[in-house]
Write a protein that binds this ligand. Structure first.
Ligand SMILES: Cc1cc2nc3c(=O)[nH]c(=O)nc-3n(C[C@H](O)[C@H](O)[C@H](O)COP(=O)(O)O)c2cc1C
Length: 218
């Protein structure tokens, strides 16, 4: 591929974008994590696009073991509910969810052991009315930065896994973190050094299946 006048190594960019995975089994829970590096990654992430450049994002980096344990307890409870739901309602079409569940269970009991948890929040503006537009503007102003953070971590040998299932208990999480009422939560990123450095592109539905031109049609 020829990319004229672009000051980026295409192979590295492609590798970073296609092989940054949700890491659970390969989070090294015993290795020391340099928080200065984590902060540097978050500094990079603040370059992400966000609505009106309002920078509604707010971040809490949780390292205190007692706080991690509280969040870990809620995460375990939330996933137990999800597992029970899947068990009761699973159809063959849910197989993907089941497969993803199998790998995600690794974190269920161990979230509290992950050395750092980055909680991604946003501060609701006065005009926030809960509409799709407003909610998309909030989530859409935080998730690009979350992903940038995850990519920046990966580039430094730090593994991450974005999780949201604990948000079934959003209010309890807010209490633990002493969040102001005006704050909403987008998700939480588990952060630890990576064990090993070889990651592959994941299986995804092909582009032809998910892209149409001009309109979706009947
Ligand atoms: C919005 C969102 C919420 C997610 N919530 C969870 C979660 O609660 N627990 C978990 O283990 N993984 C969670 N994940 C990670 C997905 O399971 C993962 O991205 C997906 O299975 C694809 O795997 P990959 O990221 O390794 O390509 C979440 C990802 C996203 C984008």
């Amino acid at each position: 591929m020829t990319v004229p006048d672009v000051d980026l190594d295409q192979a590295t960019v492609k590798a970073l974008l296609t092989t940054t995975r949700s890491v659970r089994r390969r989070l090294d829970l015993d290795a020391p994590l340099d928080l200065a590096e984590v902060r540097a990654c978050l500094g990079i992430a603040l370059q992400a696009p966000n609505g009106s450049n309002s920078q509604v994002w707010r971040w809490i980096l949780v390292t205190d073991p007692a706080q991690r344990r509280r969040l870990g307890d809620l995460y375990r409870r939330a996933n137990a509910e999800y597992a029970a739901y899947l068990q009761a309602h699973a159809t063959p079409a849910d197989l993907d969810a089941q497969r993803s569940l199998a790998s995600s269970t690794v974190l269920w009991d161990r979230l509290a052991e992950v050395p750092a948890l980055l909680v991604a929040c946003y501060e609701r503006p006065d005009w926030f009315d809960g509409s799709t537009y407003a909610q998309a503007s909030m989530d859409g102003s935080v998730f690009p930065a979350i992903w940038s953070f995850m990519l920046a971590c990966r580039a430094r040998g730090i593994g991450t896994c974005l999780v949201t299932s604990h948000l079934r208990f959003e209010r309890e999480v807010a209490e633990i973190l002493e969040l102001p009422e005006t704050f909403g939560q987008a998700g939480l990123v588990a952060i630890a050094r990576l064990r090993g450095h070889t990651f592959q592109p994941a299986a995804r539905a092909p582009l032809e299946q998910v892209l149409r031109t001009d309109r979706w049609g009947r």
